[in-house]
Write a protein that binds this ligand. Structure first.
Ligand SMILES: Cc1cc2nc3c(=O)[nH]c(=O)nc-3n(C[C@H](O)[C@H](O)[C@H](O)COP(=O)(O)O)c2cc1C
Length: 421
């Protein structure tokens, strides 16, 4: 039995049941998402720091303009003056989505991962703007992530594509799902798919910093499937987190899941946005190098490599140019930690910030090496070169390994390819 024996049905369309999860900031690139789409699966782009991402890949200058506009405030711990120009956010979002969907060449789909914790100084309006602009630009689906918000569907209920775009949610417990479904039921807009993300995933986790160890994806997924059956709800369930081989995926598909969402194996592909050296670092990772910590100002635990440069940051908050995590009052946990540490430095102590980090800067500079729990197994998936470096597989190599492998076997990229990577 292999993944290719199954299909994901969403509305009238059928897909290869492999979803590449969203990885911000621009780790799940346009190219990575398109590779899944070309092979009949689903690829995500992410709208995390979308203005900054457009500056990097489409030569816009939103970040520089915003930084200049608010330069007078750079040394001020009070960031309540800083606002995103929502017209620009909509423009960037449309440009980015159009850039991606206009290159579709297969039978798959391009979805966008929208993290609701990216509050951008005005949580509701920025979210409404981002979701609406993505739909305007032709995105196939919206995956609502990190900070699942009960009023999100209300924000876009008047959009002409509200019933046509696919809408999915990421949850980590049956409890969270039940709460969301109550609101969705009232609006007569149930989600089209449910991603159940377990404790082994990369990025932010929907569990406590310590209690994640006591949960297991398979148990949560079967609880969710049983609940949906008992309510006569036919909504595809997509497990995510720690699914490393085609065999792992088949186990979930046989248990009633409709597809799997995977990410870690794709972090080291040629199409992933991580810099070459960081990909090598991921492959060389050992189990003990991976931690779950609480440095993210979102308040969610996050899994990352211990050696992430972001863990040694003592940089001035970069909110004038970035500021994606500013709450509605213009606050972010890192600002407080930074100014406390600065105060101590002025009193002669060493400047060291350990409790929080500047995630906006860290993700933008690829200094936050967030990763899934299985990262230490990546070396099983590719070939080592005579000089000790690792061959980078293509997204197609990894996708097809998930799709066609049997008995938990992993097909490494062909040796001939080594010459070019
Ligand atoms: C490097 C990396 C970055 C991620 N960033 C995000 C993100 O921005 N938003 C999100 O909802 N999930 C994010 N995730 C979670 C993935 O989308 C996915 O659900 C999960 O990692 C799948 O598990 P796996 O990595 O074990 O395959 C990230 C995962 C990784 C590995």
């Amino acid at each position: 039995m292999k993944v290719d024996n199954f299909r994901l049905q969403l509305g009238k369309k059928e897909y290869t049941p492999i979803v590449i999860g969203g990885m911000g900031v621009n780790i799940s690139t346009t190219e990575l998402a398109l590779a899944a789409e070309k092979l009949g699966g689903i690829g995500h782009i992410s709208d995390a720091e979308v203005c900054f991402v457009c500056d990097q890949i489409l030569s816009t200058s939103y970040t520089t303009r915003k930084r200049k506009k608010y330069s007078y405030n750079a040394n001020n711990p009070d960031k309540s003056d800083l606002h995103f120009d929502l017209g620009e956010v909509a423009e960037a979002q449309k440009m980015y989505v159009e850039h991606t969907v206009s290159q579709k060449s297969g039978n798959g789909a391009i979805f966008m991962n929208c993290m609701e914790k990216l509050t951008m100084r005005d949580s509701s309006e920025t979210l409404r703007t981002r979701l609406s602009a993505a739909m305007d630009a032709g995105i196939d689906g919206l995956t609502l992530a990190a900070g699942l918000n009960l009023r999100t569907l209300d924000l876009i209920k008047d959009h002409p594509r509200f019933h046509d775009v696919k809408i999915g949610i990421i949850i980590s417990s049956l409890r969270a799902l039940k709460i969301f479904l109550k609101r969705a039921f009232k609006l007569q807009r149930m989600p089209d798919y449910i991603v159940v993300e377990g404790p082994l995933a990369g990025g932010h986790l929907g569990f406590g910093p310590e209690d994640w160890k006591s949960y297991d994806l398979y148990t949560i997924v079967t609880e969710v499937i049983d609940f949906l059956k008992s309510e006569n709800l036919n909504i595809p369930v997509i497990p995510a987190g720690g699914i490393f081989t085609g065999g792992d995926a088949v186990k979930f598909l046989l248990a009633g899941a409709s597809a799997v969402q995977v990410a870690t194996r794709f972090t080291i592909t040629k199409e992933s946005g991580l810099p070459y050296e960081v990909k090598q670092h991921y492959i060389n990772t050992e189990k003990d190098d991976i931690v779950v910590n609480t440095v993210s100002p979102t308040g969610y635990p996050m899994r990352m490599l211990k050696s992430s440069p972001v863990l040694n940051y003592s940089i001035k908050p970069n909110c004038e140019g970035l500021g994606y995590l500013l709450d509605n009052k213009g606050k972010c946990g890192y600002i407080e930690s930074y100014y406390k540490a600065l105060d101590l430095k002025e009193k002669g102590q060493r400047m060291k910030i350990t409790d929080q980090t500047c995630l906006c800067t860290g993700m933008a500079k690829y200094d936050c090496w967030t990763c899934g729990d299985t990262t230490y197994r990546l070396k099983e998936t590719t070939n080592q070169m005579p000089d000790g470096s690792w061959q980078l597989p293509s997204a197609e190599d990894v996708f097809q390994d998930y799709q066609f492998s049997e008995n938990n076997q992993i097909q490494k990229p062909s040796a001939q390819e080594k010459v070019n990577s």
